[in-house]
Design a protein around this ligand. Structure first.
Ligand code: FE2
Ligand code: FE2
Length: 337
């Protein structure tokens, strides 16, 4: 099955870069990594548990889809998508192993459930799996916007290791955010399965994340406390308010028209940069994200070496403030290869 009306839509970044994703976590990392926000930390832990099952599923689905597609640019995007997702889940697996070892062996039961759920899902037909993948990636776009725009409130005082890993994961999600949608449009393009996929993909993953969160809160013995209940309500409210609208928009418009623009105008200005040479803009989405994120975690040599960037750049993203856009050019010179 292929959609004969499909036309390739150029993506918003020039290239999907598969980076060495070498985040390391201390052996004794605290699973309660956001001080004072047990629920939020466990929610991210729960979502992290899903990744070594979800992301290999996405890779398998996209690989199979590629056998039915022939547009060279789209196939190239799929290779980049698969490369990035493969790096993500390996890193999540390293983190999850430490979370289990450092107090939450109960996560293993959640992983067993995830393993069974994704094995079952892999038996569904390719169109359903692709619609799920495209739907999940739509949700990821809203999730990224939430994380980046609210990064100070969400991660204040949190572990720089886990925070930088999550934010960098989201940067790469932004780079490849349209690929699963494009692949679905090239393969089928039918509206109804895609619309169902938005809910199927999103609620399935978030649902398992919430299962992981409740498993940890139960272990902590705090589930019946008012503090815990009010934090859960605030988290769900924040998710609904910040991610919900971006989840619903692709139902009425195409993904590209539906406000899929990157958080903080991440990819704006690409055309101007293109004129400056073929390598200048290659790292642009990441460097601008890092500049604008100006989070203390990005100042650490361990973060910079994890994403294969110079560890001692005389660069504005080492300073704890927003960098005016006109000054970013100087910063990017550092990344010329
Ligand atoms: Fe990912
Ligand atoms: Fe993704």
């Amino acid at each position: 099955m292929t959609n004969t009306n499909y036309q390739y839509q150029p993506k918003q970044v020039d290239e999907i870069i598969v980076r060495p994703f070498l985040f390391e976590f201390p052996e004794d990392i605290d699973p309660l990594w956001i001080p004072g926000h047990r629920v939020r930390g466990h929610f991210f832990n729960g979502v992290s548990l899903t990744m070594p099952y979800l992301e290999p599923y996405l890779v398998k689905t996209m690989r199979e889809a590629a056998n039915h597609l022939d547009h060279p640019d789209l196939l190239n995007d799929i290779r980049g998508f698969n490369g990035q997702e493969a790096s993500h889940y390996k890193c999540h697996r390293r983190l999850n192993t430490l979370l289990k070892a450092n107090g939450y062996p109960e996560f293993e039961q959640v992983e067993d459930g995830l393993d069974a759920a994704y094995k079952k899902l892999l038996k569904r037909n390719l169109r359903t799996r692709m619609a799920y993948s495209a739907g999940f990636e739509c949700m990821t776009n809203g999730f990224t916007t939430w994380l980046i725009n609210k990064r100070r409130q969400l991660f204040e005082g949190a572990s720089p290791h886990i925070t930088s890993f999550w934010l960098m994961h989201m940067v790469e999600e932004t780079e490849h955010k349209t690929v699963a949608y494009d692949a679905y449009m090239a393969y089928s393009g039918k509206y109804l399965p895609r619309a169902i996929g938005v809910f199927h993909g999103s609620f399935h993953v978030i649902g398992w994340g919430v299962v992981g969160m409740f498993t940890a809160l139960k272990k902590d013995g705090v589930l019946n406390t008012w503090q815990c209940i009010s934090e859960i309500i605030r988290l769900i409210g924040s998710l609904t308010w910040n991610v919900g609208p971006l989840l619903l928009r692709p139902l009425t418009q195409s993904f590209i028209q539906s406000g899929s623009a990157s958080p903080l105008g991440l990819c704006q200005g690409n055309k101007a940069l293109k004129r400056k040479g073929p390598t200048f803009h290659v790292r642009e989405p990441m460097s601008r994200m890092i500049s604008l994120t100006h989070c203390h975690v990005f100042n650490t040599p361990s973060f910079l070496s994890a994403v294969n960037m110079p560890t001692t750049p005389p660069c504005d993203w080492r300073t704890p403030r927003l960098v005016p856009r006109h000054r970013l050019g100087r910063c990017w010179h550092v990344h010329r290869t």
